[in-house]
Unconditional design. Structure first.
Lengths: 219, 225
């Protein structure tokens, strides 16, 4: 193991890790919003939109992110839609993550007992108030384990972004292996970088899950 | 009229080549799924043991494999093992090894979850009836666990099929790579080929994974107590 090499190039990994994190954050934020909207459409069974959302969810869940990205990055420019690498990566992540988050939110909302919403309505709350004060808090608490799993899944999926020409962790590792033949060092730093990103997040969600376990009111 | 890029697909034996590539993808998935299921069941049962040593070892194995992106694992095996141990795996072999390791971890966790979800009184009733440990597993635990397990295992299979798309990045010639070769070959004659070929590959994955997911969802609903 060549520690000097590791010290010399750890800066590259730091940069790449921040890039990964930045895109992952934007992608996760976007997919939470898209997922919440799609989840609500599915839950309330909005006439036409529900069908369209259903098709989107099936398409996105049953195809790999890599192919989605290839299509966005190499396919779409042929009909004049040119996306920058980063936009493309975020768009791909939102397209993929939105459907997973939608399912998490929908099943969360469905898990809330209908007594809850009915009680809210009978107390004279409007539908919006019922959703915001009664359904959403309980559904979010129930959905937290699913959302946590999705967040980690999405961060892991960012590892394919090197194909849209982003200098992410995989890209750096591959470059170092190719340029200097320092395979061990490059791979060690790669594994460490992902552990540094993913371990804290998975621990945070583990605690959140425990904290929120009281949330199942009405049981 | 401008020629549509889709015609690339039907030039020469392109379509057959693409299907050949798809078969390689499916073959790698099937081999990996088969071994993962077998080893996963064994791992799941080992994880149920009360032995602290096996508990710690399986936990570390599970957490490490699950937290690493699959592409990192592919790099570790493909580049790392060649450098370190001098094992010169083909890309295909490396990907099968990685998917078996990963699939075993995921499957093991599903098996453990399914076995663990069966309430304790089922086991106690079995003991009270005088069944031996093996009989309790065979007649009480396994039939109930299998019903919970199969839909989840099928979802895992679709995940594994989707993940096999990554192997193009370690140089395996499969459906994506063959698609790229066609795009390259038609770059001058049909510049819009990329749109169509990637679109077709997108739907190929969808056509394979969608029926499995639908069946899994159906079985889950049907067997829900």
């Amino acid at each position: 193991m060549d520690w000097n090499f590791i010290i010399q190039y750890s800066g590259l990994y730091k940069e790449a890790a921040f890039l990964t994190l930045r895109i992952a954050c934007m992608g996760i934020f976007g997919s939470l919003i898209l997922g919440l909207i799609c989840g609500m459409i599915r839950y309330y069974k909005v006439p036409v939109l529900s069908r369209i959302t259903g098709i989107y969810i099936e398409l996105s869940r049953n195809t790999p992110l890599l192919i989605q990205l290839f299509f966005l990055y190499f396919g779409l420019p042929k009909i004049g839609i040119i996306l920058e690498s980063e936009t493309c990566a975020v768009a791909g992540l939102v397209f993929l993550g939105g459907s997973y988050m939608a399912e998490a939110f929908r099943s969360g909302m469905e898990a809330v007992d209908s007594v809850q919403t009915e009680s809210g309505l009978s107390l004279g709350l409007t539908k919006k108030q019922v959703w915001f004060y009664i359904l959403l808090p309980q559904a979010a608490a129930i959905a937290i384990p699913g959302i946590g799993a999705n967040v980690i899944f999405l961060i892991k999926e960012t590892s394919v972004f090197s194909i849209v020409a982003l200098m992410d962790l995989m890209h750096v590792a591959k470059d170092l292996i190719g340029l200097y033949y320092k395979t061990d060092e490059a791979l060690l730093m790669l594994v460490t970088a992902y552990l540094v990103i993913l371990l804290p997040i998975s621990i945070i969600f583990m605690f959140l899950e425990r904290r929120l376990r009281f949330a199942g009111s009405g049981d | 009229m401008q020629d549509l890029g889709i015609s690339v697909l039907f030039q020469g034996d392109n379509f057959i080549r693409l299907m050949g590539g798809l078969w390689i993808t499916i073959r790698i998935s099937l081999i990996s799924v088969l071994f993962s299921m077998i080893f996963g069941v064994i791992l799941g049962i080992i994880m149920m043991w009360k032995n602290p040593v096996t508990k710690v070892i399986t936990k570390i194995y599970l957490e490490f494999i699950r937290i690493m992106p699959q592409l990192v694992l592919l790099f570790l095996v493909y580049f790392g093992s060649a450098k370190h141990f001098g094992w010169d795996f083909s890309g295909e072999m490396a990907s099968i090894i990685v998917f078996v390791f990963w699939g075993t971890a995921e499957m093991g966790d599903l098996v453990r979850g399914a076995l663990g979800s069966i309430s304790i009184h089922q086991i106690e009733s079995g003991k009270a009836l005088g069944l031996t440990g093996g009989q309790i597993y065979w007649y009480v635990l396994i039939p109930q666990a299998v019903k919970r397990l199969i839909p989840q295992a099928m979802n895992l299979v679709t995940r594994m099929i989707k993940t096999t798309s990554l192997i193009v990045l370690i140089g395996v010639v499969e459906v994506v790579k063959i698609g790229q070769q066609m795009i390259e070959a038609a770059r001058l004659t049909q510049p819009s080929a990329a749109l169509w070929i990637y679109g077709v590959i997108f739907f190929l994955y969808f056509i394979i994974c969608y029926p499995v997911s639908v069946l899994a969802a159906h079985l889950e609903k049907k067997w829900k107590d």
